[in-house]
Design a protein around this ligand. Structure first.
Ligand SMILES: Nc1nc2c(c(=O)[nH]1)N[C@H]1C(S)=C(S)[C@@H](COP(=O)(O)O)O[C@H]1N2
Ligand SMILES: [Mo]
Length: 271
């Protein structure tokens, strides 16, 4: 069954080849995010369309929708499987709210599993499950466009803070270092260097435009207690999924184990 959405165009070449690009606000000035918003808007129209169908005028509705955007999208959408349909209807892709520089709050630390010792000076990021295993240095990651994003960080314990995260989009990382990993039914597993703490992500969450692997928080290199040298920032998930001190990223066909899911929390941990 064909995917009804237009696939995102490839990242412009200059985005990966130019040195030290200026940080971009990941939700304001970015073509990739604009495309995401366009998709989200199409989904909202679809939801509105469902309401119209419920009101009775299905053929009239289809006829009037036919030429919207020049694409007969309701008919193609109708070909979706139930699973895809419910995923979009009940859990539409969306963007986390972003904040301004004046909203940034002080850092607060929580959870130190896998952070007992300071990070090794030999730290490298291991990438598995997408061809030959890779071992990347921070400089490799810094060849990708830098993104700064001010979002609210929420812990399931009941607190939240607005912080600024600086790093690279997970999907830019995957596109460059795991170009073979494209299966939307696959997963991403992240773990600390000794695997004391580990999280699993579904593909859509990993590839969400606001999902970052970060080397800065509030404008400073990430401190030991916040997960030096590299952590996950995934604003559509609770704190538990925001793994600190990433040692390995693996692309997997089966749903990865997740430290807190194994201890009774929701595997998805989104909101
Ligand atoms: N390695 C590691 N990452 C972790 C945790 C942890 O115990 N170990 N705790 C998680 C939880 S429950 C929260 S709320 C956040 C807290 O991140 P912070 O210390 O930057 O506030 O880290 C998450 N990532
Ligand atoms: Mo948490």
């Amino acid at each position: 069954m064909s995917e009804p959405e237009t696939p995102a165009p490839p990242v412009p070449q200059e985005a990966v080849s130019e040195p030290a690009p200026e940080p971009v606000d990941s939700t304001a000035n970015d073509a990739a995010v604009d495309r995401e918003i366009a998709r989200k808007t199409r989904r909202s129209l679809f939801v509105g369309g469902l309401a119209a169908v419920a009101g009775g005028g299905i053929w009239e509705w289809l006829r009037t929708r036919r030429n919207e955007d020049g694409v007969p999208w309701p008919l193609r959408l109708a070909l979706r499987t139930d699973e895809e349909l419910s995923r979009d209807y009940f859990r539409p892709a969306r963007l986390a709210r972003t904040f301004g520089p004046g909203d940034i709050e002080e850092l607060r630390e929580n959870g130190d599993i896998g952070l007992d010792e300071d990070v090794s000076p030999d730290w490298k990021l291991v990438v598995e499950g997408a061809g030959q295993p890779l071992t990347l240095a921070m400089d490799d990651l810094k060849t990708l466009p830098k993104v700064e994003q001010i979002t609210q960080f929420k812990c399931i314990e009941g607190w939240s803070h607005v912080w600024k995260f600086g790093g690279v989009r997970f999907r830019d990382f995957a596109q460059k270092y795991a170009p073979g990993a494209t299966d939307p039914n696959s997963y991403v597993a992240l773990e600390t260097p000794g695997r004391e703490y580990y999280v699993g992500l579904d593909w859509a969450s990993a590839m969400h435009p606001q999902t970052l692997i970060c080397y800065e928080m509030n404008g400073e290199p990430i401190s030991e207690e916040h997960g030096a040298p590299l952590r996950l920032a995934i604003p559509l998930k609770y704190g538990v999924k925001n793994l600190k001190r990433i040692g390995k990223i693996a692309f997997t066909k089966t749903r990865p184990a997740d430290f807190w899911a194994e201890r009774g929390y929701d595997w998805y941990a989104g909101f």
